[in-house]
Design a protein around this ligand. Structure first.
Ligand code: SF4
Ligand code: SF4
Length: 184
């Protein structure tokens, strides 16, 4: 087997669309996200543990939901600024990264980075819970397939396996891999 494997040439892309005109700042999305990811599930809710955070712009009276993205161990060397309708927005304001510059998207007790996982579950959820709980449809969910070969690198496999072990336990993962590799 080569070090790099080719996966299916169709990949499923999951998209949550955010309509700022509809968001009323109720923060139900923060509540359900933190409750779903509590351990045990639904045992508590704390927006600081949510993988979606809702900002308020008092000048425009707008709420802006932002999803937690990738973890980065380094601060940006350069920064972006957004100007929307003449107002300049904080350079980190809409950034999705969990990074050393700020406390956002970090688990409050451990400091571990938080990332939206689209509510991965077993069995899978019909749609992400923040979408389900957004009663005004400011968040909507779409799945689509995109062409293109996806390369699975060894380090990605390792990170994926670690995540599976965390979630399901070593015994279950080893058992599943053994069954998958069993010859008839
Ligand atoms: S649940 Fe919907 S309306 Fe409420 S804050 Fe989140 S995105 Fe906005
Ligand atoms: S999709 Fe799930 S994990 Fe991601 S922000 Fe929404 S509730 Fe949280």
């Amino acid at each position: 087997m080569t070090m790099e494997q080719k996966a299916s040439n169709k990949k499923k892309v999951k998209v949550i669309k955010i309509d700022l005109d509809k968001c009323n700042g109720c923060r139900a999305c923060e509540v359900i996200c933190s409750a779903f990811h509590a351990n045990p599930k639904y045992s508590s809710n704390n927006p600081a543990r949510s993988r979606i955070r809702v900002y308020f712009d008092p000048l425009k009276n707008k709420y802006v939901p932002v999803y937690a993205g990738e973890y980065t161990p380094a601060e940006c060397m350069g920064r972006d600024k957004y100007i929307i309708n003449g107002k300049e927005y904080d350079e980190c304001g809409f950034c999705r990264a969990s990074c050393p510059s700020r406390d956002l998207f970090k688990e409050p007790d451990s400091g571990l980075p938080l990332k939206c996982d689209m509510c991965e579950d077993d069995p899978p959820q019909e749609e992400p819970l923040c979408v389900k709980w957004c009663l005004v449809d400011a968040l909507t969910y779409e799945e689509r397939e995109e062409e293109g070969e996806e390369e699975v690198k060894p380090e990605d496999v390792e990170i994926g396996l670690n995540a599976l072990v965390d979630k399901y336990g070593l015994d279950k993962v080893v058992d599943t891999v053994a069954r998958m590799t069993q010859k008839d």
